[in-house]
Design a protein around this ligand. Sequence first.
Ligand code: SAM
Length: 340
Amino acid sequence: MSKIQQSQENRIKQALYDSWHRQVNYLRISVTDHCNLNCIYCSVSSMLPLKHEDILSYEEIETLVSVAADMGINKVRLTGGEPLMRPQFTTLVRMIAGIDGIDDISMTSNGILLARYAEELKAAGLKRVNISLDTLQADRFKRITGHDRLKDVLAGIEAADRAGLNPIKINMVPLKGINDDEIIDFARKTIEEGWNVRYIEFMPIGIPNGDVSGMVTTAEIKEQIQSLGELEPYSGLTGNGPARYYQFPKTKGTIGFITPMTEHFCHSCNRLRVTSDGNLRPCLLAREEINVKDALRSGADTDDLKELIQKAVNIKREQHNLAGRLAPDTDDRPMCQIGG
Ligand code: SAM
């Protein structure tokens, strides 16, 4: 058996399982809590940003991912905050792409800086991007995000497409009275421009910057877009997440629904998160964390790190209790630190 076959063979045997028999193969890393937008439902501006020395260095992230890959992680998503705000972000992508066993690296971004970086990110090994976009109207974009940058996002989407960072998924969070009248406009984009649009139910987490009480359910979204045609289930979109995909007949684009509020998908959870300040977080919606930064900085060896990773996986809960939450958990970390 060749060395490569041997290493593939070893990897097949390595798999991480949690206490509920779910295989965990996906690491989501918040590479920075900084963001160049200040969305009404995301509390970046109300938080003191982390100091540079408090966030994991690229070398520390590389070490952690290498150990995780050895345990069966093969997919990594880089998020934040806005990942492209971290200097030399492409270097991190290249470092992770060089790790044996990692075969899928993706990023979640607001797209503002993508036109500048799409080509080099692709060359460094980034496979695909999810881009967050809640409105197609310039004045509304400014109202929701605090910045007049819609044009930059649209240019970022085009650049990502040209660079081959496909499939590009556009994430929209509909909110009543804020952008819910555009649900249908996004659905039309799947027909007219082949976009892959995903509607995400708003979750009551963190401290919003404005009144964002009006979550729109997936059932309500479906009702709105049914005037465009009958949705057919679609299974051709690669991903590691919980979205359920559909398509209007004879169109290229797709529609995805992510339903953390009305139909949790914890039974298929395959992920572990790394916060920007170096904690392993088993669930976006549960506060338990395992500090891995201190271990990385005090000379922990591979076995020590494996033990911490396994510990974090072991404490994954069977399911979150978001639907039963009456008010936002304002004492918890903001999304930008955990990684959205
Ligand atoms: N800056 C990057 C971006 O804009 O995609 C990554 C971080 S951002 C926090 C990731 C995603 O989380 C965005 O699509 C955003 O809309 C979503 N998000 C933030 N707060 C949310 C909430 N309370 N409920 C649902 N989605 C949320």
